[in-house]
Design a protein around this ligand. Structure first.
Ligand code: AMP
Length: 404
């Protein structure tokens, strides 16, 4: 079975084509600057040279058309015909309280994703454009949706409710949803496999630290609490997002700086975090380099980023009354030995004993980076959200075929 995985943003669209028997990637790529006359299509067919095309792509339907044309291109293609694609799987950021697992797309599912536009105004409308673009280009092709929030639907009320008037939850579903669920679920399963223990018996803290960052407490194989909230702004300090702040800062800043609500919202999402404190960059590579060359603001940004992450690890160990392992994943988590070392060196009270050499070793493999005998294990597990989307889509199609 061949599955096309799509992650549609408002002006971009990433894709990966999977052959599911081997779980191998046949091709991947992205379309950027959708809506412009100089949109860029980058296409990487497995075992063939990368191709980059600049052309006018004004909407998602054209973007999908170009992607399909590449996949069946006589010279660069990996398929003979688009009809060989059995199904399409989409990443959808917000599934609200309606979806606790992946589902096949039908009219009711589309209506529900639209109803959730209010909760994820930047993301869900773009995902819907992706779904509609596939419908336009491949009529009748089965599609599945995999939600970032689904894994966190197991959180207990005490984790997901905010201590504010309940009418806001009842009327508007104001609550913690959590994000990066596909990644937290995947790395927790892989961590259990690497540790050779059943996931259901482990207390884990998974740290997805990329441009966006979140930590999840996983108990009995289920999400028990997570740092992102109703939106991806809450929790850890991130590249350009503030994470937790005193909510009273919002009206105070509006008043003192004469800013609108939307301007403050944009400040907290796009001009805060590492970027704001370093005054330099939201990219951890640049922060680390600047810190090593003596830049004090970069050093402070790094220190705050690490400290805020470590505080949550401590909080979640208390939340679960114990801890077996900490898992690092995503761009920063997988690649920044400096951040992992800074976090782990201050968690000795929990029983974390870092193997400095294993931590510093550059590798794309799943690995344990604590010393033999460390009471709490620390692992680095590269995430693979696309593979989870492909697998869920494959499974849903098999189940459907079985029923029919
Ligand atoms: P992601 O959102 O998971 O794609 O992560 C992207 C982020 O990973 C980038 O913004 C960088 O800050 C970070 N990153 C990637 N490579 C490294 C590295 N070698 N060292 C530190 N941070 C890195």
């Amino acid at each position: 079975m061949i599955v096309l995985v799509i992650n549609a943003g408002s002006s971009s669209l990433k894709f990966q084509l999977y052959e599911m028997r081997e779980e191998s990637v046949l091709a991947k790529g992205k379309v950027e600057r959708i809506g412009m006359d100089s949109a860029i299509l980058t296409y990487e067919p497995e075992g063939k040279p990368e191709i980059r095309e600049v052309s006018e792509i004004l909407e998602h339907t054209t973007a999908i058309k170009r992607v399909l044309a590449m996949l069946v291109h006589p010279q660069h293609g990996v398929l003979e015909s688009a009809a060989q694609i059995d199904a399409v799987g989409h990443r959808v950021v917000h599934g609200g309280e309606s979806f606790s697992s992946s589902v096949l797309v039908d009219d009711e599912v589309k209506r529900e994703i639209k109803r959730l536009f209010d909760l994820a105004p930047l993301h869900n409308p773009a995902h819907m454009l992706g779904i509609q673009a596939v419908e336009a280009n491949m009529p009748g092709k089965p599609q599945a949706v995999v939600f970032d929030t689904a894994f966190h639907q197991t959180m207990p009320e005490m984790s997901y409710l905010y201590p504010i008037p309940m009418v806001l939850y009842r009327k508007h579903k104001v609550r913690r949803y959590g994000f990066h669920g596909t990644s937290h679920a995947y790395v927790s399963e892989r961590a259990a496999a690497v540790l050779g223990r059943p996931l259901a018996e482990l207390k884990l803290i998974t740290c997805h630290i990329g441009n966006g960052a979140s930590c999840t407490a996983i108990r009995d194989g289920r999400s028990f609490d997570t740092t992102m909230g109703m939106t991806p702004l809450e929790g850890l300090m991130m590249g350009t997002r503030s994470g937790d702040i005193d909510p009273a800062i919002v009206p105070f800043t509006m008043d003192k700086e004469d800013l609108t609500l939307s301007e403050v919202n944009s400040m907290l999402n796009k001009h805060s975090g590492l970027m704001a404190i370093s005054g330099l960059s939201s990219d951890m590579r640049e922060i680390t380099q600047a810190m090593e060359s003596g830049d004090r603001s970069a050093a402070l940004a790094f220190q705050m980023y690490e400290y805020r992450l470590r505080k949550y690890i401590g909080a979640y160990a208390a939340a679960m009354n114990g801890l077996d392992a900490i898992v690092f994943t995503a761009g920063v988590g997988e690649n920044s030995a400096a951040l992992r070392a800074a976090v782990c060196r201050n968690l000795t009270f929990l029983g974390v004993e870092l193997d400095e050499e294993a931590n510093a070793r550059r590798s794309a493999d799943e690995r344990i980076i604590t010393a033999a005998g460390s009471r709490v294990q620390v692992l680095v597990i590269p995430t693979n959200e696309e593979l989870v989307i492909a697998r869920d889509t494959y499974r849903l199609i098999l189940d459907r075929n079985h029923v029919e």
